[in-house]
Write a protein that binds this ligand. Structure first.
Ligand code: LLP
Length: 454
C-alpha cells in the first residue's frame, strides 16, 4: 500500500526549536508555554477547550504590510484584494479591511461577508467558474469593482442580466495561460484542461466582443495559476502571457486599464522555501510594469496561514507491538481537512514548555474520525506526548476552519482572536444540538416509528 509522503522522507522532521525559529509570531516561554503574540495559548485552551482555532491579528497586519511594502518598493500601482476563501471570519476580514485590503470573493456568501466587514464595494472583485444568476445579480446590485468572467457563456449571461437590470458590468476576462505552477494537482488552476479561465488564444476575440456589448465594459484581464507557489518562475511566465495579451488588445484599439494578478504565493509549512513577496513583486514589475496598468493581487494563504494555529489535546496514546504509537488527538479531518485532502504537512508543537523538550520519537498523529485518511502525520518525529497533553497545529490560519465540516456529528470548533496581549472568543464551539436543529422527520416516518423505540 502506498504510504503518505511523510513515511518516506529522508530528512528528519524539523525540531520544535526549528519550527519556532522560523515563525516570529510564536515563541516558547519557559513558564507560560507556547505564546502567540503575547498570549499564552494554554489560557485559550483552558477557557474554550479543544479543538480551538486561534488567529493572530498582529500577524495578519504584519504580513499585509510586508506584502504591500514589497509592491510599493517595486514601484507598482497595486492593490491587495484578500482572497476571502482562505479565512472568511468577520474579525479576520475586519483586521485586513482596516489595513486597506479589498476582497476577492467567489460566492454570494463571501460577497455578503466582505460587505458586512466594511469592505467597500469598489474594492471587491468576484471570481469563480460557476456564478449563478443570483450571484451575478448581487454583484451588479452591489456595484462591486469588477466581475472576473471565466467563459464566453458567463459573459453572454452577464450581458443579458446587466442589460435587463439597466446596469453596466465592469468585467475582466480571466485567462488560462497554460502555465504549470508545479504545485499540488488539486490546487493547480492555470493549465490548459483545468476548468478555470478563458483559453489564451480566445481571449482577444472575446475582449473585442465584450467591447461591443452595451451592458459590458471590459477593463482588463485576470490570471490565477494555482496556490502554494514559492518559485517566481511560473508567476513570471503567466504574467508575461497576460502582458502580451494587453499589448495585443490595445493594438487592436481597445482600452485595457486593469490586470488582476491573482493569488498563489506559498508559505513554508515544513522546511521548504516560502514564497517571497519581493520576488513576486519583481516578477510583476518585469512583465507588467511600465504598461500603465492598475494592478490587483488576490493573496489568501500567504497572508492568513501563518496567522493561525489549531489547538488540540491528546485523547489517547495507542501503542502497537511494532511501529510508532498512534497519538489520537481530539481534532480530526472534519476540523483540518488539508492533510487528508492534499497530504499536506503541518508543524505540531506542544503547548507546554516541558512537553516540548521531551525526547523526540516517531509517532502517527491521527484524529478520532472513522477513516484511515483521518491522519495528520505518519511517522512524525516529535516530542513524546502523553494523554492530556495539548498541541498547536501550525499554519492553519488559511484553508483551516473554512474547510471544516461536521462529519461524524462533530460540532464546529471554537475560534479565538489574539491581538497583542489581548484575546477574545470570536466564535463559540457549536453546540451539539445545533447539528440537528434544522432537521425534521416527515410525519408519516415519525408515525411509523412511534411506539417501537425503547
Ligand atoms: N484567487 C483565486 C481566483 C483563487 O482561486 C484563489 C485560491 C486565490 C486567489 C487565493 O490563492 P492563495 O493566495 O490562497 O494561494 N484549499 C487549498 C487551497 C485552494 C486555493 C483555491 N483558490 C489548500 O488548502 O491548500
Amino acid at each position: 500500500m502506498a504510504s503518505p509522503a511523510s513515511d518516506l522522507r529522508a530528512e528528519p522532521d524539523p525540531s520544535v526549536a526549528e519550527l519556532l525559529a522560523a515563525r516570529a509570531q510564536l515563541r516558547m516561554d519557559p513558564f507560560e508555554g507556547l505564546m502567540l503574540e503575547e498570549v499564552a495559548l494554554r489560557t485559550v485552551a483552558d477557557a474554550l477547550g479543544t479543538p480551538v482555532w486561534v488567529t493572530s491579528a498582529g500577524t495578519l497586519r504584519g504580513r499585509y504590510r510586508q506584502l504591500a511594502d514589497a509592491l510599493d518598493e517595486a514601484g507598482l500601482d497595486a492593490q491587495l484584494h484578500y482572497a476571502v476563501k482562505a479565512n472568511d471570519h468577520l474579525a479576520v476580514l475586519r483586521v485586513l479591511q482596516a489595513e486597506g485590503a479589498g476582497a476577492d470573493v467567489v460566492s454570494a456568501g463571501e460577497l455578503r461577508r466582505a460587505l458586512l466587514a466594511g469592505i467597500a464595494p469598489d474594492r471587491i472583485v468576484f471570481s469563480g467558474v460557476g456564478k449563478s444568476d443570483d450571484e451575478l445579480m448581487l454583484a451588479l446590485d452591489s456595484s462591486i469593482a469588477q466581475i472576473n468572467v471565466e467563459s464566453r457563456e458567463e459573459l453572454d449571461r452577464l450581458s443579458v442580466l446587466a442589460d435587463g437590470a439597466g446596469r453596466v458590468a465592469r468585467v475582466v476576462l480571466r485567462v488560462n495561460p497554460d502555465v504549470d505552477a508545479n504545485t499540488h494537482a488539486k490546487i493547480s488552476t492555470g493549465r490548459a484542461g483545468d476548468k478555470f479561465g478563458i483559453a489564451h488564444d480566445e481571449a482577444p476575440g472575446l475582449y473585442a466582443l465584450a467591447a461591443t456589448l452595451p451592458a459590458i465594459e471590459p477593463i482588463g484581464f485576470a490570471v490565477h495559476i494555482g496556490s502554494q507557489i514559492a518559485d517566481p518562475a511560473p508567476f513570471r511566465a503567466a504574467y508575461a502571457r497576460v502582458a502580451a495579451l494587453v499589448r495585443q488588445v490595445r493594438a487592436a484599439g481597445h482600452a485595457v486599464s486593469t490586470v488582476d494578478c491573482g493569488g498563489g504565493l506559498g508559505i513554508g509549512y515544513r522546511d521548504e522555501p516560502a514564497g517571497s513577496p519581493r520576488a513576486l513583486a519583481h516578477a510583476i514589475r518585469l512583465t507588467l510594469g511600465g504598461l500603465g496598468l492598475r494592478l490587483l493581487l488576490e493573496p489568501g494563504r500567504w497572508l492568513a496561514a501563518p496567522a493561525g494555529v489549531l489547538l488540540s489535546r491528546v485523547v489517547r496514546v495507542k501503542r502497537q507491538a511494532e511501529g510508532p504509537p498512534f497519538v489520537v488527538l481530539d481534532c480530526a479531518m472534519n476540523d483540518l481537512l488539508r492533510p487528508s485532502l492534499y497530504d499536506s504537512w503541518h508543524g505540531v508543537v506542544p503547548l507546554s514548555a516541558r512537553d516540548a523538550v521531551a525526547p523526540a520519537l516517531p509517532v502517527h498523529l491521527v484524529g478520532p474520525v472513522c477513516e484511515t485518511g483521518d491522519t495528520l502525520a505518519r511517522g512524525r518525529l516529535m516530542p513524546e506526548l502523553s494523554c492530556g497533553a495539548r498541541v498547536a497545529i501550525l499554519d492553519t490560519g488559511a484553508y483551516g476552519s473554512v474547510m471544516s465540516s461536521t462529519y461524524n456529528a462533530r460540532p464546529l470548533a471554537a475560534q479565538a482572536l489574539v491581538d497583542g496581549a489581548r484575546w477574545a472568543t470570536i466564535r463559540p464551539r457549536q453546540p451539539v444540538a445545533a447539528l440537528w436543529a434544522g432537521e425534521s422527520v416527515p410525519d408519516w416516518i415519525a408515525a411509523a416509528g412511534a411506539g417501537t423505540a425503547g
